[in-house]
Design a protein. Structure first.
Length: 225
């Protein structure tokens, strides 16, 4: 029987790092749903459609084909056949993703796509609505969080590793704005599922968080068999 792990939480809580590591330990498929919203945000930016024009965005959706592929164990996002993995990682793409993800038609399109990919595979999927909407029946749901300051520090380090200098205060401001947008939208707002386990990673290392999740997997798998 397949086992699905849902990880939700605010921007910069370490979801993708932790999910990727846990997936590799367990031999599960890792699906980063934020990358799909980012690709769609990019599609809208590339067409110069105003981010607040919901009707125009909805009308443009049939032209956006978003696919995930795996290369050397790494997820790649294809937007209309083009690999946009590099382009989706900017703050601009993140903000555009956060904005377009508030629209019902956008969510419907991407949620259907995510559910199709997950099918009945062993997957670990991260995002904002995985435990509450996409994989509602997942036997293990994690809500991963950390303080805005710690999340900003981590993002700054991440950007520095990719050769981009950024101002800590600006990043923290962006993170707070994104939290505000993701938690207060009408459609599938970011919230902890009732049956999710909350992990605050502010004072934990990547290995400590991963170990906690692996222990939960062992426990839940044991009780499922
Ligand atoms: O996880 P991320 O920062 O790459 O996600 C970018 C934005 O996409 C995020 O601000 C909100 C949106 N998103 C969403 O609404 N639902 C998801 N399952 C994943 C991301």
């Amino acid at each position: 029987m397949s086992f699905q792990i849902a990880i939700d939480g605010p921007a910069g809580a370490g979801k993708s790092t932790i999910a990727r590591k846990t997936a590799s330990e367990l031999g599960f498929l890792y699906i980063d749903t934020g990358a799909m919203y980012r690709a769609l945000g990019l599609y809208i930016l590339d067409r110069s459609i105003p981010l607040d024009d919901e009707a125009a965005i909805e009308a443009s959706l049939p032209g956006a084909d978003i696919q995930l592929t795996m290369e050397n164990g790494e997820q790649h996002v294809l937007l209309n056949g083009c690999d946009v993995n590099g382009r989706i990682r900017t703050e601009e793409a993140g903000m555009a993703a956060s904005k377009v993800s508030t629209y019902r038609a956008v969510r419907k399109k991407l949620v259907e796509c995510q559910q199709k990919i997950a099918g009945s595979l062993d997957v670990i999927m991260d995002g904002r609505d995985i435990g509450t909407v996409v994989l509602k029946n997942a036997p293990l749901k994690i809500f991963l969080t950390a303080s805005p300051h710690i999340r900003a520090l981590r993002r700054k380090e991440d950007l520095a590793l990719r050769g981009t200098a950024a101002d800590l205060q600006e990043i923290e401001e962006d993170i707070r704005k994104r939290d505000e947008q993701d938690m207060n939208r009408a459609e599938s707002p970011l919230r902890q599922a009732e049956d999710a386990v909350c992990i605050d990673s502010s004072d934990l290392t990547i290995d400590e968080v991963t170990d906690k999740i692996l222990a939960l997997v062992r426990e839940r798998r044991g009780s499922a068999s």
